[in-house]
Write a protein that binds this ligand. Structure first.
Ligand SMILES: N[C@@H](CCC(=O)N[C@@H](CS)C(=O)NCC(=O)O)C(=O)O
Length: 226
């Protein structure tokens, strides 16, 4: 539940505080909110609807996707730019450490997540638009990618090692979305480590916090101290 003291009427509050345009269910926005929270960076969150975007959001980034972080002197309109900016500002849990160990692998991981896996996820998730065979094809291609995570999680508790790090935070929201497409099927798959990893994450106070329902800024004029 949002406390009334956390809600500000826009234009009046903290003009220098970063403003985050966000959409609760968007996995790109979720990963940005997760890392901002881990980095203890406070922002004013403006919850949007994808079907009715605020003009001022489109004005600062014509591609108009969420998340967008408006800093006093810069606009960051890619989730990974927001994440790297946050980590360069404050990384109290050293979640970036794993990224630096093998940068080539890190970049491959990100690229295959954001392109190959996300592409298959969309074609699986929105399969009413595609044929049934296509749904299964893309579900299976996505599963192949998740099986690589399963192998990693056999050897270490998290994708980033013995504590949660950047690989976990950037991928968990997408694996969650994959599960949501057909939870019964996902829970029957032979993915015990991924299932445990995902379920622990969904129950964590951090995840509960970043998934709190927010008032729609355009409709209510209310932005939330996040
Ligand atoms: N590459 C972008 C992708 C962001 C993205 O595609 N967000 C979706 C929502 S999940 C969006 O805003 N889509 C625009 C729309 O549906 O109009 C990032 O990493 O931030």
């Amino acid at each position: 539940m949002i406390l009334s003291s956390q809600i500000n009427h826009h234009q009046t509050a903290n003009p220098e505080k970063p403003v985050l345009y966000s959409f609760r269910r968007c996995p790109f926005a979720i990963r940005a909110r997760l890392v901002l929270k881990v980095c203890k960076i406070s922002v004013l969150l403006r919850e949007i609807e994808l079907s009715d975007k605020p003009q001022c959001m489109i004005a600062i980034s014509s591609k108009a996707t969420v998340p967008i972080l408006k800093l006093p002197n810069r606009i960051l309109d890619q989730s990974m730019d927001i994440i790297f900016w946050a980590l360069s500002y404050n990384d109290p849990c050293n979640i970036l450490d794993g990224w630096m160990v093998d940068k080539e692998y890190s970049e491959y991981f990100l690229d295959s997540l954001d392109n190959e896996f996300k592409n298959n996820l969309d074609r699986y998730k929105y399969s009413s638009r595609y044929k049934l065979e296509e749904e299964i094809l893309h579900r299976n291609k996505g599963l192949l990618w998740i099986e690589q995570l399963e192998k990693k999680l056999k050897n270490s508790e998290y994708l980033s090692g013995d504590k949660k790090g950047i690989f976990d935070y950037i991928s968990l929201p997408f694996i969650r979305q994959y599960r949501i497409a057909d939870p019964d099927w996902f829970d029957r798959c032979d993915l015990p480590n991924v299932q445990k990893w995902l379920s622990e994450f969904e129950q964590s106070p951090l995840f509960q916090y970043v998934m709190k329902k927010m008032p729609i800024w355009k409709k209510t004029g209310k932005e939330v101290e996040f």
